[in-house]
Design a protein around this ligand. Structure first.
Ligand SMILES: *Cc1c(COP(=O)(O)O)cnc(C)c1O
Length: 345
């Protein structure tokens, strides 16, 4: 890895971050007259903790990652954007990722006028590290990987990821939005080993809180400090911080739902095998299954007519003819299977 100071944009390195009232005085007092807040207590009249330490303390225990190595954002979207803005000079640097994968990396790169390069996965959706490193070259600052990958559902090979982590000079971001559904270990366990690693996780999937918009980034304290430097001072509001603490206290419920979703995935996979219009079921380490069907557009529209919405991925490279099906409740899965069974080929 290059020195962090060589990777960071010069303007970010030099700038002085906004210093809020809550930054300048932290701690307890009886009279707060420093932030021009309304003094009448509504529960929400005060600015929230800009670094969300209470939430991070809980996450730290849960994940075994020190709280200085955690950044919280408005979904995973925010850390994706922050990483690009800290490290990539618009019109100069590049980002490299895999294809097919999550669409937000490219959108965020485009918003920031940063060149986005994609390297196709192999036909069995595996990562080719040598090719990725070749395309990334020396002018890519960031590599985005996603494991388990969306929309393919598989974990990328550990060996190939290790090669990227050890050989790439810039930062490697591993998006683990679906890690809770996978038997693989999280790369958060490798943060000490790889100073150029950033791991993204989210409350949007396993934690049943997509509407809350809360994402996590895990990285070295130095990388987290840089992201903190440019984030909106109060990027996570008080309501969200409170809700996150409630969610984290209900870890058991999350685990119960996880068991049900994994059971649902196994059953859905098994039952899809007997359906005539299904040509191929890709193995999944996530809470969705990618399925190749006889006529993706026709079947997609027929399901829509019945009020069942899946994701049509037929126009995505390497996913021709494929639908991406999220594992629902037992009843939702049955409704879907009943409709698919009726389709004649
Ligand atoms: C769903 C998903 C996310 C979650 O994004 P949020 O902004 O946290 O809701 C992140 N990455 C991938 C690959 C996803 O599929």
């Amino acid at each position: 890895m290059k020195e962090l100071t060589q990777l960071v944009r010069k303007n970010v390195l030099k700038m002085k971050p906004y210093s809020s009232a809550r930054n300048e005085y932290q701690g307890d007092a009886s009279v707060f007259l420093d932030a021009n807040e309304n003094p009448f207590d509504s529960g929400y009249n005060r600015y929230p903790d800009p670094y969300q330490w209470k939430v991070k303390e809980r996450i730290s225990v849960l994940k075994g990652v020190p709280k200085e190595m955690i950044l919280l954002g408005n979904g995973s979207d925010e850390p994706i954007d922050l990483l690009i803005r800290v490290f990539c000079d618009p019109g100069k640097d590049a980002i490299t990722s895999i294809s097919p994968s999550y669409g937000m990396y490219e959108v965020s790169a485009e918003v920031n006028n940063v060149e986005f390069r994609k390297v196709p996965l192999t036909s069995d959706f595996e990562l080719n590290a040598d090719e990725l490193l070749r395309v990334a070259g020396t002018d890519s600052k960031l590599i985005f990987l996603c494991s388990p990958n969306n929309p393919t559902g598989n974990n990328l090979s550990e060996k190939e990821i290790r090669k990227v982590l050890t050989q790439f000079e810039g930062l490697v971001i591993i998006d683990e939005a679906y890690i809770d559904f996978s038997a693989a270990l999280s790369y958060t366990l490798k943060l000490e080993q790889y100073p150029n690693l950033v791991v993204l996780q989210t409350f949007s999937k396993a934690w049943a809180a997509a509407a809350v918009r809360l994402g996590m980034a895990f990285a070295s304290p130095e990388i987290i400090s840089l992201l903190n430097k440019i984030k909106y001072p109060y990027n996570i509001n008080q309501l969200t911080q409170e809700y996150a603490l409630r969610l984290l206290a209900g870890e058991d419920r999350m685990k119960e739902q996880l068991v049900q979703i994994l059971k649902g995935r196994t059953e859905l996979d098994r039952k899809l095998r007997d359906i005539a219009c299904v040509k191929k079921i890709y193995p999944s380490d996530a809470n969705f299954i990618l399925v190749r069907v006889t006529d993706a557009n026709g079947i997609y529209h027929r399901l829509v007519e019945k009020g069942i919405i899946v994701r049509n991925r037929t126009n995505v490279a390497l996913c021709e003819g494929c639908l991406r099906i999220t594992v629902g409740t037992e009843e939702e899965n049955r409704i879907l299977l009943d409709e698919l069974e009726k389709i004649e080929i």
